[in-house]
Design a protein around this ligand. Structure first.
Ligand code: NAD
Length: 469
């Protein structure tokens, strides 16, 4: 049996568990590490530590907390090479993109640390003073997914700590290592109990969301799990931030430069082998340019090197885990069974969880590949002639995470963007996120926002004081 190489962080100390979870490299199919599989006892210890640390952390000056969040960022940056190599091995993404994710996490800490939430004075009449202050909520449960394990965990750690909360964070059991390692690296300067990191299997998330020791849950993952989280948080009315799935549409207008836009849209759809919450997951392409645009995308699909992320030159890696691989293969099989035309690139043979980059040529609107979130390297392309029809189809879904519009006429693209029912719309770019801009889904893509002032406020509650005399 492979021994644990990493420890959890509970109350500022290294912690392990009696049981262990295997960690598998998705590019080879091989188990290469094991991590602690925490159960109720370890969770209890983490909550006790977080509760004990809360009063002093809440009362720590904002600037001191900001300096610690900033130092977490500096520490991540200083250890980027080690963290990125670990991330590639457990997640599968190419080395360059792993480095990008780790550096983005560092940047997010440093940017978030510059935010403030000043008290707000509210007119209360002569002889009275009224102030609203944004106070921390308490102890937060953070639960993150496997597609961007580092940056999506930092999206919780940085604002939760800055606002004065303490946190118990659980990464996905498919990608536990890099986040555990960050816990080890920051243990000596984050006060004990302020940031606890635990890993465990499928049972641990539900134990967390139901536990009365948490005041808030910040969850990133699928819509199906998000519903369960909301249900389980209801008995104790925990505050919730839910960042869930998407089925993001692109609307491609006929006035674009075909090769340039095809390349940008290709990466908007296929970065991280399509395992991005805000990846382009359906593309509505104007009939005038449809054939040329499809052919340009097909050229890119055939040329893109897919393989083991640790090998130089790899641009796309595998699907991260077997259940997701089976889901993506199921969607491909459905396309094949229905006779849709597929344009595909190359994928390595062997034990790795590779699925070739696939374009689906104009499948019907009610097909599974258009209606469901694929979260893999398959993109359906649909022809349109009437932009009103394309907007209606883009919006005809329970999802509302993000969307894109591609046009040389940015003013008319903006009018289309305004009518897309999503939390973000990007014009002539994809995957454009900022630590200073609110990010969140509409409809069943989520609730609340992360990042920016709105994301920070989500870790606070307003408390109003009135002083007379
Ligand atoms: P998932 O819902 O299966 O798991 C997410 C996390 O929840 C994991 O840590 C998992 O262990 C935990 N979990 C599982 N069941 C739970 C339960 N009943 N209660 C509490 N926690 C539980 O999602 P995933 O497969 O890891 O991630 C892929 C999904 O996440 C996609 O749908 C993607 O669009 C979405 N996502 C959304 C965003 C966003 O910001 N909106 C970002 C990334 C991914």
């Amino acid at each position: 049996m492979i021994q644990d190489t990493l420890t959890m962080t509970i109350g500022g100390k290294a912690a392990s568990a009696d049981n262990h979870l295997d960690v598998r490299n998705p590019a080879t199919g091989q188990v290469f590490a094991a991590v602690p599989d925490a159960g109720a006892a370890e969770l209890e210890a983490a909550i006790i530590a977080a509760r004990a640390a809360f009063p002093a952390w809440r009362d720590t000056p904002w600037a001191t907390r900001a300096a610690i969040v900033n130092r977490i960022g500096e520490t991540i940056a200083a250890n980027a090479a080690e963290l990125a190599a670990m991330l590639t091995r457990e997640q599968g993404k190419p080395a360059e993109q792993a480095q990008f994710e780790v550096m983005a996490a560092a940047q997010w800490c440093q940017a978030t640390a510059t935010l403030t939430l000043p008290d707000r004075e509210i007119e209360a009449g002569p002889g009275r003073r009224q102030v609203t202050r944004y106070v921390p909520i308490g102890v937060v449960a953070g639960i993150s997914p496997w597609n961007f394990p580092v940056v999506l965990s930092i999206w919780k750690i940085a604002p939760a700590l800055l606002a004065g909360n303490t946190l118990v964070l659980k990464p996905s059991p498919f990608t536990p290592m890099t986040v555990l390692r960050i816990g080890e690296l920051v243990r000596d300067f984050v006060p004990a109990g302020v940031l606890n990191i635990i890993t465990g299997g499928d049972a641990l998330g539900p134990l967390m969301t139901a536990h009365p020791g948490f005041d808030k849950v910040s969850f990133t993952g699928s819509t199906t799990t998000g519903r369960r989280v909301m249900e389980s948080a209801a008995p104790t009315l925990k505050r919730l931030t839910l960042e869930l799935g998407g089925n993001d549409a692109a609307i491609v207008m006929p006035d674009i430069n075909v090769p340039e836009t095809a390349e940008k849209l290709f990466w908007s759809a296929f970065t991280n082998s399509g395992q991005v919450c805000v990846a382009t997951k359906r593309a509505y392409v104007h009939d005038d340019i449809y054939d040329a645009f499809r052919d340009e995308l097909a050229k890119l699909a055939q040329a893109v090197p897919m393989g083991d992320g640790s090998q130089q030159g790899t641009a796309l890696g595998p699907i991260q885990n077997k259940p997701q691989y089976d889901r993506v293969k199921g969607l491909l099989a459905d396309c094949e069974a229905n006779g849709y035309t597929l344009l595909q690139g190359q994928a390595p043979e062997g034990e790795g969880l590779f699925v070739p980059v696939t374009l689906v040529d104009n499948p019907p609107e009610d097909s599974r590949i258009v209606q469901e979130e694929q979260f893999g390297p398959i993109l359906p392309l649909m022809r349109f002639t009437d932009v009103e029809d394309a907007i209606a189809k883009a919006n005809d879904t329970d999802m509302g995470l993000a969307g894109t519009v591609w046009s040389a006429d940015t003013a008319s693209a903006m009018r289309i963007a305004e009518r897309m029912d999503t939390g973000n719309v990007w014009i002539n770019e994809g995957l454009a996120l900022s630590p200073f801009a609110a990010f969140g889904g509409r409809k069943q893509s989520g609730m609340g926002a992360e990042n920016g002032i709105e994301g920070l406020m989500a870790y606070t509650e307003p408390k109003t004081f009135l002083v007379a005399g």
